[in-house]
Design a protein around this ligand. Structure first.
Ligand code: TYD
Length: 140
């Protein structure tokens, strides 16, 4: 459900005149262990990323630099988050359709993921996603 996805305020360790450090630790800061990290960058203005759901994968998405929006959709409820702080992470549970838009120039979208890459974990067709969500689930 979209309401299970939350913005997590991450620690920000500040050193006077020397900048900041933000730390994410397995099963502590976030409710899963990180198996894979990847990052999106050089996304041209106006381009959209995502446009899929995952069956098992949990993720934390961070705007390590710049900003972008993430729209989450569980088939019932849609919610859009603006990510523009390196010390905030959007926690996304499995079974959520997500779309990333409005990348600023220089934006870096850091993704911490609970599993390795597996194309079989993706649902890339929105109608199949709705079928998957409705299969055995009462949605209204
Ligand atoms: P995809 O997850 O579809 O990108 P986005 O959601 O950002 O639009 O991934 C794009 C391509 O990158 C896809 O064809 C496969 C490849 N890829 C990997 O090989 N390993 C990975 O861990 C990821 C995330 C993507």
């Amino acid at each position: 459900k979209v309401y299970d996805c939350t913005m997590i305020e991450l620690d920000k360790h500040h050193s006077d005149r020397k900048g900041n450090i933000t730390v994410v630790e397995n099963n502590d800061t976030i409710p899963f262990g990180i198996k894979r990290t990847y990052y999106l960058y050089d996304v041209p203005g106006g381009e959209s990323r995502g446009g899929h759901a995952h069956k098992e994968l949990s993720q934390l998405i961070i705007a390590a630099s710049g900003s972008f929006t993430v729209t989450l959709d569980d088939g019932n409820v849609k919610r859009t988050f603006l990510l523009n702080r390196p010390y905030q992470g959007l926690y996304i549970v499995p079974g959520i359709w997500r779309t990333l838009d409005d990348f600023s120039s220089g934006a870096v979208c850091l993704v911490l993921a609970s599993h390795g890459y597996d194309e079989k974990d993706y649902i890339r067709d929105y109608h199949k996603f709705i079928e998957y969500k409705n299969d055995g689930e009462i949605t209204f």
